[in-house]
Design a protein around this ligand. Structure first.
Ligand code: DO4
Ligand code: MG
Length: 281
């Protein structure tokens, strides 16, 4: 089941049918057993044709977020550890990535407030003071206030490799700035946990030419999703729930950096494709 937040209300897709739910987004998603709640609501809500639904998604889509904070986990895939050890070798920071990959406690960092999030087909920014910029395709969890995973979305953790590589203490500047987080296009609500064989794919296009393409699966993640959630919720409460990006699994080659106008397509099987174009503020 998919939830699309639109300017006209919440569009729910269940199999090939659509309905419109006129409820506050945060109240709707912040419940236990969201999947069964939606299944029960479905027949009673205003039914929408597939054509209308397609038009709304095209013209009236919002990022799938309300009042939630966005957090992120890091170095959860070998690919991320290796890339970061390489980029920070001259600064002497490489060792901390190896240590956090092996440690019991995961790396968790604050990524974004809702107003800094870009949705599907909206621009994400690269920093003017950064020379090396990449998107990070990340399976992203919606976790309710009670601390259970209720839905999944596609995340883009835009990152400056030059700033983080200079000094790991610059991580907040490498990661947090206007429109440095992409989320969308929808929330995928399932009654089963996402399967490890779920594919994550990313392509980057420049002037119509493909500059990068890569794919992997969630099974390559070193940590379990509930483990990341349990650390995030250890000493914090999230009244409206929160989003958690679960770490990048794909890294473009070392000589690649994003340019304004590039198009980034990130797809996760069963959830959808998040498309962002690159801009400078
Ligand atoms: O350790 C720094 C950030 C890691 C990260 O964003 C990732 O692995 O996705
Ligand atoms: Mg990341």
């Amino acid at each position: 089941m998919k939830l699309f937040k639109t300017t006209k209300g919440v569009l729910v897709q269940h199999n090939d049918a659509y309905c419109l739910i006129q409820q506050d987004w945060d109240t709707l998603i912040n419940r236990d057993d969201l999947y069964n709640y939606l299944v029960k609501q479905f027949p009673n809500e205003i039914s929408i044709t597939a054509e209308e639904a397609g038009e709304w998604i095209e013209q009236h889509l919002l990022p799938p977020i309300g009042k939630q904070e966005v957090w992120a986990a890091g170095v959860t895939y070998l690919k991320s550890r290796d890339a970061r050890m390489e980029e920070s070798k001259d600064s002497g920071g490489a060792d901390c990535y190896q240590r956090v990959y092996d440690a019991e406690r995961p790396e968790l960092f604050f990524k974004s407030l809702p107003h800094r999030v870009a949705g599907h087909k909206q621009p994400v920014n690269i920093r003017k003071d950064s020379t090396w910029n990449v998107p990070e395709p990340e399976l992203t969890l919606y976790i309710n206030a009670a601390g259970t995973i209720q839905a999944y979305t596609v995340g883009n953790d835009m990152s400056s490799r030059s700033i983080e590589g200079e000094n790991p203490l610059y991580l907040p500047q490498a990661k947090v700035y206007e429109k440095s987080a992409g989320l969308g296009p929808c929330l995928y609500v399932s009654h089963e946990p996402i399967l490890p064989e779920t594919g994550i794919h990313m392509a980057i296009h420049r002037n119509g030419a493909k500059m990068y393409e890569g794919s992997t699966t969630v099974s390559r993640m070193k940590r379990a999703l509930p483990e990341l959630v349990s650390y995030l919720y250890k000493e914090m409460e999230f009244e409206a729930g929160c989003f958690l990006m679960t770490g990048t699994c794909l890294v473009p080659p070392t000589d690649f950096t994003l340019q304004p106008g590039d198009r980034i397509d990130i797809s996760i099987d069963g959830i959808g494709t998040l498309v962002n174009t690159v801009a400078v503020k």
